[in-house]
Design a protein around this ligand. Sequence first.
Ligand SMILES: Cc1ncc(C[n+]2csc(CCOP(=O)(O)OP(=O)(O)O)c2C)c(N)n1
Length: 678
Amino acid sequence: MTVHALSSVTARADVSHADMANAIRFLSIDAVEKAKSGHPGMPMGMADVATVLFSRFLRFDAADPAWPDRDRFVLSAGHGSMLLYALLYLTGYGGVTSDELRAFRQWGSKTPGHPEYGHTPGVETTTGPLGQGIATAVGMALAERLLNARFGNDFVDHHTYVIAGDGCLMEGLSHEAISLAGHLRLGKLIVFFDDNQISIDGSTSLSCSDDQVARFEASGWSACRIDGHDPEAIAAAIEHARNSDRPSLIACRTIIGFGAPNRQGTEKAHGAPLGADEIARTRAALDWPHQPFAIPESIVTRWRAIGARGEAARRAWIERTRRLDSTPRSPFHDALNRKLPCEYATAMDQLRHRFGAEKPNIASRQASQLVIDTIAEALPNLLGGSADLTHSNLTRAKTHQPVRPDFPQGGYVHYGVREHAMAAAMNGVALHGGFIPYGGTFLAFADYSRPAIRLAALMRIRVIHVMTHDSIGLGEDGPTHQPVEHLTSLRAIPNLLVFRPGDAVETAEAWDCALRAQASPSVLCLSRQALPAFRENIGDANRVASGAYVVVEPEGRRDVTLIATGSEVSIALQAAERLARDGVRAAVVSAPCFDLFRQQSREYQAGVLGNAPRVGVEAAIEGDWARWLGDGGEFVGMTGFGASAPAEQLYREFGITTAAVVAAAERGIARSRMAICA
Ligand SMILES: Cc1ncc(C[n+]2csc(CCOP(=O)(O)OP(=O)(O)O)c2C)c(N)n1
């Protein structure tokens, strides 16, 4: 039923808070019932909080979901997605119609099981994996704080609101995130804790006895407890939180499934439809006589007015920013504009050529440091950081000042030993807009960040992970720190660009690809140890952009193709030279990014890979190499964990050597000759 058709429903003259909250409750109940799947309990419990927030505080204009200076609202408890969809529909977000609510959780609808960024207007971030939303919101609040320091209240001045449940706060990620937010004093971050004491297994007392208010206070937050069904208490708490210079937790004691006589307050309200009988009882209990999906016109009208209330503020903001257009180039517009300025392209190109001419034998992490130093000036909206490994990751530009609670003008975030929160916060920074976030850690710790990296890939956002110490080549730190399966496991994430550059030129080109990838996150896997430069004839083309390319093509027909990544390209090159001495014609292919190579045409791929037997070389497990090596291909790499010893010895002991590549090439050639004879 459309809003228009709803006008036949008898409307009350006055619209109370309860009417507005019940509209959210019953849309949630009806959509979950129709889908026969979903979570009605959380929207029913938090409807009062959401109503007060949206009707009295949230600054937004449903007509322009992307208005940069809007307040952000993050539903960290993403399983309660109907709460958000009901609000988007009621406040009038384009495309979120009553029909879409009826199509909740169905193929192609705007109302998928969990909120998806980029799919439904008004959804600020994808949530569902518990804990991600609150940590992403920390990044949004951080971006707001930093942009505000740069451009002032006239252009950037908004809040970030979050609804998080017990599940979000039980997740370890939340601890990293609240600790970071408290440290940075992100005062415009306000989290509502849906303190209903229920999760899927039953009472939270089964598994958790934290005092959440004390916990947040210990991390530097201002925190309070309220009755989450008392509109005035909710409003007073928000008012108080907005005046705090610390992030705020409002623990809202609520009843899950509020209003459902037999289900409320129990886990039975959590993950299943209420069922026809219980819905009838709930309608009676909450005095809601209307048909499924039918909302009285007066209530819709009131909600729609709330959805349009921010229009004047938005228009005034646009007017203010227009005035900036009179300056030849406005840094503010540059920051909001996701495109890279021409100065960047010039700086990057000069560096590529410099590397090509000087041929520095340096670690790719050092090359990355030089890239960052070079481009930081051209890209003032680059927001760097590291999870306490700055001096190892080499991620801080010379010009970067650290961000501190009292120095939001800084351009470099010391995330502390909080890899997961760093990754999630970078997602929030990217989603907020205004910065290109990058952050460093060791590649072996990628798994600490993986859930947030996966969400970045799903959301199609530009976030750059600098992951150094990318193989046994890191040496003495041993197998705990030596990644072996990480390249393969990261390559398995769709839409994640995994780069493993082999020298300084490739490192610059990988950075360039990552910065230009507007709709993909990237991981730059960089070496601790020095790598010999091999790229010649730099030219204009970024060769890493094609994913894999021929570095050495022998004269005449190829006998074998050696394919390598990163630090192993030089081993392949040495092997090719040795094979040449024996009259074997070996091509060498550098394959810094499998994902980009997969996107090339079949003809290009075939030309690079050739018809000759293939040998892959990578100081990691074989994983997905088979796709490029084909039947009968040989792989020289790791078969298990590494060990603690100097790097050169590890390469010898694990058999990743020139001699091993030569032997593999000879085996491959012999096997293919036998196959031809047979
Ligand atoms: C990382 C992660 N683990 C598990 C789940 C599955 N899950 C969805 S909701 C939920 C319980 C959440 O409890 P709470 O936050 O208290 O929500 P409420 O019961 O109040 O709706 C679980 C375990 C998930 N979505 N994400």
